[in-house]
Design a binder for this molecule. Structure first.
Ligand SMILES: Cc1cc2nc3c(=O)[nH]c(=O)nc-3n(C[C@H](O)[C@H](O)[C@H](O)COP(=O)(O)O)c2cc1C
Length: 159
């Protein structure tokens, strides 16, 4: 099984998840940051894992653009989807559903909301101000659900 993990990240949380998945998956695994390589060739891969973070309710643009440009080809592959964000409960499910087209979500072997992180020291001024206001916190917060990431990897290893 040849797998490509294509992700879009702003401050590194999604990248951290992508790396964890790449280390846990069996077989041949490549990772690509869609910021540096906007149109990776997916033809040689059997499985594509797509991950991105949510800002103001939306998945990052680079991932959205990649999915739009490759939707037909993606629908021919095994696909798995994940998002990172700080929302919880119903809102997180809504965000996950809004992040990808319905056809891709229906096709996906796995789709999961992993949670997210606020690492204030990495943030640009405006993002930091918003994150501090929304969270009411001054110190870094990690709400990444390691168990969900583990189950996601385990499920993909069964394919
Ligand atoms: C300005 C700003 C807006 C955000 N908006 C949302 C949001 O609408 N929904 C959400 O679930 N998380 C939101 N987040 C949280 C990020 O998705 C979270 O920090 C995530 O871990 C970032 O991942 P990244 O470092 O891979 O970009 C926001 C964060 C910032 C800084």
């Amino acid at each position: 099984m040849k797998t490509l993990i294509a992700y879009s990240t702003k401050y590194g949380c999604t990248e951290k998840c992508a790396k964890e998945i790449s280390q846990g998956l069996k077989g041949d695994v490549a990772t690509v940051n869609l910021k540096t390589n906007k149109q990776p060739d997916i033809s040689e891969f059997d499985m594509i894992v797509l991950g991105g973070s949510i800002y103001a309710g939306r998945i990052r643009k680079e991932l959205q653009n990649f999915v739009s440009a490759n939707l037909e080809a993606l629908l021919e592959k095994n696909v798995a989807l994940f998002v990172c964000g700080m929302q919880e409960g119903e809102e997180s499910i809504k965000e996950l559903n809004n992040a990808f087209p319905e056809s891709l979500r229906k096709k996906a072997i796995m789709k999961e909301f992993f949670g997210g992180e606020f690492i204030f020291s990495k943030m640009k001024f405006l993002d930091k101000a918003i994150a501090k206001k929304v969270s009411g916190m001054e110190t870094d917060i990690s709400h990444l659900d390691k168990e969900k990431i583990r189950s996601f990897i385990d499920m993909l290893n069964k394919i």
